[in-house]
Design a binder for this molecule. Structure first.
Ligand SMILES: Nc1ncnc2c1ncn2[C@@H]1O[C@H](COP(=O)(O)OP(=O)(O)OP(=O)(O)O)[C@@H](O)[C@H]1O
Length: 594
């Protein structure tokens, strides 16, 4: 997901992103209008001060001018406050709209996007990069406009007041730029490295903290400490590099300011003494000089931040330009579950080939059918492609060749969400979300499940005694990723969830693997009931659980090498015979542990 470094980051992309997510244009116009008035007032204050000083020097104290200066100050402060708030408001709305769109999209991006991009990086796009854009809008854009106006306005007025001092002042600008520009480039490079390093450090933190058990059981604390320290040291180095640049820039800036003061007061003082310049004009010139200085450094900062904002845009655009699942295939709503009875033929794999990106063909011309109201078991060695078959049915990936049909219609013809609504998947390591048991059982269901429906599902999944033993029953929290419940309990919760979903297609990945033999019989009964009038596919690692299946499909190296009942295969299929013999041998051999 790293944006290509060679490609120039285009301003157009950044502007169109701002345009797309900004709030009403009138708010922006209002903010600009206020800035314009505020700038005009700030330019008028020194002129008023000049008049006031000159009149006072001539012993002509002007109360009106003093009041005008005070009013201009107050108005400037008030307008500045209002325009700052409006800009912050616009920035917040912009980033909110952008984050909502990104959030909508990350939930709908295809699974292969997540195979290729780390979740930590995607999180950073939504939180950090959007923040960079917001800060640019709120902290840079309006100050940049007002700074530019202030600089131009001040220089014009300065020329009108005294061209020779102005020329001397302007002479300092190219000198400052010549010194500061290379430093500015260096600052950008260092701050970019600092950002990248911070993102990597955050990524490492996320990786280690989310798998702390793996770290501990692998005794990887020492290795992680070294890697973490290495990153922290790099952060220190980048921090110190920034410090070095600041250590050069700050004294230079102070010296330049002093130099300007020496020039203005020295040369201007001589002119006042000679009667060429009035005292009021000198005060006005110093005033303008101080008004110009912060905007000049503000403009330098603006370009550095613009680079950052353009970089953030480029990374965000990677997500925004990625095709959503629903755009890859489409379409009409899937028939309602009540219409299931119409389905006569179940799932059919029709010459399906598939490979993951940057991988060889995982599936090669796969043909088999899984009929309605039947149990079809997929058996085969590890890595043969069994789970991949399920992923294709769920449409996490698209076949590179061939098609999958349901009820004789290509599954891609159905709206992807409607299609998945009709599938329940019970995986070996059934994942749970942090939240209560009730939340997990009804997760994603778009119809409300009553307490009695939930009770029935719990009962059928043989979970009643477990849930009744919990102090808060169904409202008990399962912890992050369901860490507070056992593997077997997680699996039974997944079965209960499948029962509640009442799907047309059941995908079971060794669904009873974590159960003791007594629970397995009970859950198997529940599954048998659930399988009735549904298309059920089960990946089986233990043949004992699927010997009774209507059909077994043997997958080896991504190809279907045999199909039939247990009795058919045991007679004709050599690999299946070996598999059965192997498992029978295993059952007879004492196991190390259960
Ligand atoms: N997301 C992925 N990206 C790239 N390759 C993958 C991905 N998922 C699986 N593979 C590869 O595809 C092949 C088939 O994997 P799959 O998980 O379908 O096998 P399986 O038969 O279910 O294995 P097991 O019985 O061990 O679960 C493996 O070689 C695996 O490395």
């Amino acid at each position: 997901m790293n944006p290509s470094d060679e490609r120039p980051i285009r301003l157009k992309e950044f502007i169109s992103l701002m345009h797309l997510y900004r709030p009403s244009i009138w708010l922006i116009v209002l903010a600009l209008f206020l800035v314009l008035i505020e700038t005009a007032l700030s330019l008028a204050v020194p002129l008023l001060t000049m008049t006031f000083v000159d009149l006072t020097v001539e012993s002509n104290f002007s109360g009106t001018t003093a009041v005008l200066i005070a009013c201009a100050f107050i108005a400037q402060i008030a307008l500045s406050g209002v325009s700052i708030y409006i800009m912050i408001y616009i920035g917040q709305i912009l980033v909110t709209n952008l984050r909502k769109d990104l959030w909508y999209r990350v939930l709908r991006l295809p699974v292969y996007f997540y195979d290729q991009n780390s979740s930590g990086e995607t999180m950073s796009r939504i939180t950090h990069d959007t923040n960079v854009i917001k800060s640019f809008f709120t902290d840079q854009l309006i100050p940049f406009l007002s700074s530019t106006l202030k600089i131009i306005g001040s220089i014009v007025i300065l020329f009108a007041l005294n061209w020779s001092i102005t020329l001397l002042l302007l002479f300092i600008v190219p000198i400052s730029l010549a010194i500061l520009k290379p430093l500015g480039k260096k600052t950008y490079k260092v701050s970019k490295s600092l950002q990248d390093e911070t993102a990597s450090f955050q990524g490492d933190l996320g990786r280690v903290l989310s798998d702390i058990r793996l770290v501990k059981s692998s005794i990887a604390e020492e290795a992680e400490t070294i890697q973490g320290n290495d990153r922290i040291n790099k952060l220190l180095k980048h921090g110190l590099d920034t410090g070095k640049i600041m250590a050069i820039i700050s004294p230079i800036m102070t010296t330049i300011t002093l130099l300007v003061l020496v020039v203005v007061f020295g040369y201007g003082g001589v002119q006042v003494a000679n009667g060429i310049l009035s005292a009021g004009t000198l005060v006005a010139i110093v005033f303008y000089m101080f008004q110009i200085m912060p905007p000049i450094s503000q403009i330098g900062h603006f370009f550095t931040q613009l680079q950052k904002a353009k970089g953030a845009t480029e990374r965000i655009n990677i997500i925004l330009n990625e095709q959503l699942e629903a755009d890859l295939t489409s379409r009409p709503p899937f028939k309602k579950k009540t219409e299931t009875g119409n389905c006569t033929s179940g799932i059919q794999f029709d010459n399906v080939s598939f490979s993951y990106p940057n991988n060889n063909n995982i599936l090669e011309n796969v043909n088999f059918s899984a009929n309605t109201s039947e149990l079809t078991a997929i058996v085969g060695p590890s890595g043969a492609g069994k789970t991949t078959l399920f992923s294709l049915i769920e449409r996490f990936y698209q076949p590179s060749k061939g098609k999958i049909t349901y009820d004789k219609q290509c599954v891609n013809d159905y709206d992807v969400q409607d299609w998945r609504l009709n599938i329940a998947y019970v995986a070996q390591d059934s994942p749970l979300m942090s939240g209560s048991i009730r939340y997990n059982l009804t997760y994603g269901l778009n119809t409300h499940s009553t307490d009695s429906e939930i009770r029935v599902a719990i009962d059928k999944a043989n979970l009643t005694s477990f849930i009744d033993s919990l102090p808060e029953g169904i409202e008990t929290e399962v912890g992050e990723r369901g860490i507070l419940v056992s593997g077997g309990q997680r699996q039974r919760l997944a079965i209960a969830r499948a029962i509640l979903r009442d799907p047309r297609i059941l995908l079971l990945d060794e669904a009873t693997a974590h159960l003791d033999s007594h629970s397995e019989i009970l859950v198997q009964e529940a599954l048998n009931q659930l399988m009735f009038s549904r298309t059920t596919l089960v990946i089986a690692h233990r043949l004992s659980t699927v010997q009774h299946a209507n059909k077994l499909v043997v997958v080896q190296n991504g190809e279907v090498t045999g199909e039939g009942t247990h009795n058919d295969l045991i007679q004709h299929h050599q690999f299946y015979q070996e598999l059965v013999a192997n498992q029978l041998y295993k059952q007879e051999t004492p196991q190390l542990s259960n």
